[in-house]
Write a protein that binds this ligand. Structure first.
Ligand SMILES: Cc1cc2nc3c(=O)[nH]c(=O)nc-3n(C[C@H](O)[C@H](O)[C@H](O)COP(=O)(O)O)c2cc1C
Length: 200
């Protein structure tokens, strides 16, 4: 028998409820509570992959990636995007739909600066999503970059950017006994968030 959870109590906007759930997930997941699946569409073909949520506020949800990657090109072609968080310890899911856009250079620069040097070098060395003929090519790239930037700061490459997802739909899903789950969806329209419950 599943442990009973109270029904979801909708707040004024999805961000405060997101924060409640996210904070709890951060305390309980064994790793990567900030992992989220992002689905993009290119040529009518959806594609999904996991990235890490790096920050969020009432403007949206931010992750970082290589703009020349498959997802980067896909977003450029069609910025409609869907996110999904699944927190196993909480038996909860959050689905978000919205539009992705590149954040300002200042925001990306500041996050890039905060990363460990090894991750900065990693970002420069990888032609993400393109064919890698041999692993040695990648390790050679890393050595070359280490040499080039010896005793120097590494600046963010222009093709490495943050993306903010501005949500227009956020759904909170919580497991309940006997698969009679609870779902609350927030939809943004006429400059305000409206909520409704959905059948599970
Ligand atoms: C837990 C986890 C976290 C990840 N975080 C990121 C991330 O923040 N940014 C990123 O570009 N790729 C991240 N990846 C790798 C992506 O899933 C993906 O392999 C990569 O971005 C290339 O995707 P694409 O070819 O569809 O562009 C992560 C993978 C996992 C499993």
């Amino acid at each position: 028998m599943l442990k009973h959870k109270d029904l979801i109590e909708p707040t004024n906007n999805p961000f405060s409820l997101f924060k409640n759930w996210y904070d709890l997930a951060c305390d309980t997941e064994i790793n990567d509570p900030n992992a989220m699946t992002i689905a993009t569409i290119s040529n009518n073909q959806p594609s999904s992959r996991v990235v890490l949520l790096k920050s969020y506020d009432e403007n949206g949800f931010i992750f970082y990636t290589n703009s020349n990657s498959k997802k980067g090109k896909s977003i450029k072609e069609n910025n409609n995007i869907a996110l999904n968080f699944h927190w196993k310890t909480q038996n909860r899911q959050i689905r978000i739909e919205g539009q992705a856009s590149v954040v300002s250079d200042e925001v990306s620069d500041s996050y890039f600066k905060s990363r460990p040097r090894g991750s900065q070098i990693g970002a420069l060395s990888s032609n993400q999503s393109h064919e890698l003929i041999s692993r040695k090519k990648l390790t050679d790239n890393i050595l070359e970059i280490e040499k080039k930037f010896k005793n120097k700061d590494i600046s963010r490459p222009h093709h490495w950017n943050g993306y903010i997802i501005t949500p227009q739909l956020v759904e909170f899903w919580q497991e309940m006994p006997f698969r009679v789950h609870d779902r609350v969806v927030y939809v943004y329209s006429d400059k305000s968030w409206k909520t409704k419950r959905l059948y599970p």
